[in-house]
Design a protein around this ligand. Sequence first.
Ligand SMILES: [Zn+2]
Length: 175
Amino acid sequence: MSPTLAGASRTLVLNATFEPLGIVSSRRALLLVLATRAELVHDTGVLFHSERASYPEPSVVRLARYVRVPHDRTVAVNRRTVFARDGHRCQYCASPAESIDHVLPRSRGGLHVWDNVVAACRRCNTRKEDRLPHEAGLVLRRPPVAPRERVWLLAMSGGARPDWVPYLSEQSLTA
Ligand SMILES: [Zn+2]
């Protein structure tokens, strides 16, 4: 059976435990469902048509069996990924982000790691200089943390479908 596909949507794949695992083409996701390797959780409202039948195009599927995720799936710390995590907003004043700020300045030993970098506007970054936020009268809107899942960044960079949001990590809800 090889269903023909009109659209080319993406499908969020969840582990058996409902943790997000990755994003695949909706055609591939449908094949997983038809092979009973995954169950349909949400559909897009569009139908795939094969010669004999129609199938709902998957938006979210859940694997039937648990897949172990390797621990080395770390996400690189750079302007694009930090901006995505922080919703492209300055983490001090919520203006559009223009730069990366090291919370503990590099000149004072701060590292270029997820829990020490935030998106910042130029004004806040300039005001902060080589100081800690409280020394410059700035307050972080939330403490920076490493994104738990690579899939979250993929979804944010490509735009998550609304029915994916409950399954993605907490940051995506406020981004
Ligand atoms: Zn700012």
